[in-house]
Design a protein around this ligand. Structure first.
Ligand code: GUN
Length: 284
């Protein structure tokens, strides 16, 4: 028997705590945490993500500002908007939705965000802190996964953890967080030779590659914990993860579904980071 890790339930509990903390701030005449989200262009998936972030902010009682810019926005315009938000006391967190249109360089744009407002934890200063295990903003999706593991009593210490995918947003920071919790970590990628032989070693398998149902039962050890970060459409246009859930689940001890697993946790960490920033900004 396996347990389905319920990300909706865990995130609902955490968001209630955030909502209560926000109410307490307002009762003390402190400002609501403020998050600004910038989206450039019309990427349909990004539009959905940004709407979800806006709704989550409003539900939590946060101040939310969404800045929608046309596809052909020039770098100078975007950087000057970030400058304004960096100076705005009502804004504790700034997030630029990725991917950006091709003519804009994500590195340049992210470097322009005040690291103290970089609630995505993408700025090199914050990436460095994650690497060193210093206090600061948590990388949203990896930290959400750590929260889920903790909620289900799964301790990574001494376990073999295999991360499939080496992105800056998920794979690399995920490996760091698992390392800080004393897991033995392997990061695999598109050039890994004989991937199934590596993934089969995993006590905890974390998959973030964006390929529908890529992980099949032959790639999973009996009793493994499987965490699926993927968000894809299958041949019937149904949402699915990077793991073939129906086939793999019976081999696992714990598994996250898609949707309703890791997804809701990402925005929850974002709200937690914004609240953390608001607390710092009001000297708490
Ligand atoms: N695009 C996909 N995931 C993310 C994320 O976590 N943050 C931002 N800013 N863009 C993304």
């Amino acid at each position: 028997m396996y347990t389905i890790i319920d990300g909706k339930k865990v995130s609902a509990e955490r968001r209630l705590a955030i909502q209560n903390a926000t109410k307490e701030r307002l009762e003390k005449n402190l400002p609501a945490p403020g998050l600004a989200v910038i989206i450039v262009g019309e990427d349909p998936a990004s539009q959905v993500y940004v709407r979800n972030k806006e709704k989550a902010c409003l539900d939590a009682g946060f101040h939310s500002e969404v800045i929608r810019l046309p596809e052909n926005t020039e770098e100078e315009t975007l950087l000057s908007i970030i400058d304004r938000l960096n100076r705005d006391d009502a804004i504790d967190g700034i997030l630029v939705q990725l991917p950006l249109p091709k003519h804009l360089k994500a590195d340049t744009v992210i470097a322009h965000i005040d690291p103290n407002k970089d609630v995505d934890a993408f700025h090199t200063v914050n990436v460095g802190k994650i690497m060193l295990g210093e206090k600061g903003f948590a990388p949203c999706t990896p930290a959400g996964i750590m929260t889920l593991l903790e909620a289900y009593g799964i301790d990574p210490s001494g376990k073999e953890c295999v991360v499939v995918g080496r992105s800056n947003i998920v794979g690399k920071p995920m490996a760091m967080l698992m390392l800080h919790k004393n897991a033995t970590v392997t990061v695999t990628h598109s050039r890994t030779v004989d991937l199934p032989s590596v993934t089969r070693r995993a006590d905890i398998l974390i998959v973030a590659i964006g390929k529908a149902k890529f992980i099949t039962p032959d790639m999973v050890k009996e009793g493994a914990v499987v965490i699926d970060v993927g968000m894809n459409r299958d041949e019937n246009n149904k949402l699915c993860g990077d793991v073939d859930f129906e086939a793999v689940a019976p081999k696992t001890s714990f598994i996250t579904p898609v949707p309703g697993g890791v997804g809701p946790m990402t925005i929850t960490t974002l709200l937690e980071n914004t609240l953390l920033s608001a607390r710092k900004n009001s000297g708490q």
